[in-house]
Design a protein around this ligand. Structure first.
Ligand SMILES: C[S@@+](CC[C@H](N)C(=O)[O-])C[C@H]1O[C@@H](n2cnc3c(N)ncnc32)[C@H](O)[C@@H]1O
Length: 254
C-alpha cells in the first residue's frame, strides 16, 4: 500500500499530474488547470489592478503552485513573475507549462534579498503554512518601499470547524487582523471572493477536462483519492459558509 501525505498529494503529486494532463489536452488548458485555489479570473483581475501590475513589474508569487495566476498576470499585464513554491513537482510543472523563473522555497525563508520586488502576492497559501507570521514577515521584507502585497486568505467564520483538510490552519477575521497588525501590514482594500463572477464556462470546461484526464489516469491511485478528499473537504466548508475567501491589498509599514 502506498503511504500518502495529504499535503504532498494535493500540492505536489497533483501538480505533476496536471502538467501531464495539459500535455495531452493542449496548452490552452494550462492556465485554468494551473490556477489551483486562487479563485476566479475576475478576482485575480481585481488584484492585478489594485497592485498596479503593469509591463515589466517584478511580481513575486509566493506559494505559486503550478503557476497559473502568475502566468495570467504576465500575459494580461506584462509583469515579470518570479515564483517561489516548496513542492518540487509543482515547481517542475510550472516550469514545464510556462517556463517562468521558479525557486523551491517556503514562504517563511525566501531566498531573495530585501526590497527587490515591486509587487508580491500569495494566493490561498496562508492557511497551509505553519509559520504564518514568518511568511507575512518575509513578504514584507522582500517588498520594495511603496510595493503592495496581495493576499487571498481563506478564513474560518465559526469557532470550530466540523472537519478540516489536513495541514490547514484557518484563521478567523480577528486573528488575521491581529497578525497583519503585528507584522506591520496595513489593509488598504479588501474584497470577498464570493462577490466575484464565476469563471467563464470555457475556462471551467478546460479545468474540468484536465481533472477528468487526471482521474482517468490516476483515479485508482491512493494519492489521487487523498487529494480529492482534501479538495472535497475545503469545497464543503466553503459551500456551507464555514470558510470564506478574502482578497486583501496590503501596504507594508515604512
Ligand atoms: C491552495 S494552493 C495555491 C497555489 C497557487 N497560489 C494558486 O492560487 O493557484 C497552496 C500552495 O501553497 C504552497 N505552500 C504550502 N506550504 C507553503 C509554505 N510554507 N510556503 C509557501 N508556500 C507553501 C503549496 O505547496 C501550494 O502550492
Amino acid at each position: 500500500m502506498t503511504e500518502t501525505d495529504p499535503m504532498a498529494d494535493e500540492f505536489d503529486t497533483m501538480a505533476a499530474w496536471t502538467a501531464e494532463a495539459v500535455a495531452e489536452l493542449g496548452p490552452d488548458h494550462a492556465i485554468p488547470a494551473a490556477c489551483r485555489g486562487s479563485g476566479s479570473p475576475a478576482a485575480l483581475e481585481w488584484l492585478c489592478d489594485r497592485l498596479r501590475l503593469g509591463p515589466g513589474v517584478r511580481l513575486l508569487d509566493c506559494g505559486a503552485g503550478v503557476g497559473g495566476p502568475a502566468e495570467l498576470a504576465a500575459r494580461r499585464h506584462g509583469v515579470a513573475p518570479v515564483l517561489a513554491e516548496p513542492m518540487i513537482h509543482a515547481c517542475r510543472a510550472s516550469a514545464r507549462l510556462f517556463d517562468r523563473p521558479v525557486v523551491v522555497a517556503t514562504g517563511d525563508r525566501l531566498p531573495f534579498a530585501s526590497g527587490v520586488f515591486e509587487a508580491v502576492w500569495s494566493l490561498g497559501v496562508l492557511c497551509t503554512v505553519p509559520d504564518q507570521a514568518g511568511l507575512l514577515a518575509e513578504l514584507r521584507r522582500v517588498s520594495r518601499p511603496q510595493a503592495l502585497v496581495g493576499l487571498l486568505v481563506f478564513l474560518r467564520t465559526v469557532a470550530h470547524l466540523p472537519q478540516q483538510p489536513e495541514g490547514n490552519h484557518f484563521l478567523t477575521d480577528g486573528e488575521l487582523n491581529g497578525l497583519l497588525a503585528r507584522t506591520g501590514l496595513t489593509v488598504l482594500e479588501r474584497a470577498e471572493l464570493s462577490d466575484f463572477a464565476d469563471p467563464e464556462p470555457d475556462w471551467q470546461a478546460a479545468a474540468d477536462r484536465v481533472e477528468a484526464v487526471i482521474e482517468r489516469r490516476h483515479g485508482a491511485d491512493q494519492r489521487w483519492q487523498s487529494a480529492r478528499s482534501q479538495e472535497q473537504v475545503i469545497g464543503q466548508l466553503i459551500s456551507e459558509g464555514l470558510v470564506t475567501g478574502r482578497l486583501l491589498v496590503l501596504q507594508p509599514a515604512a
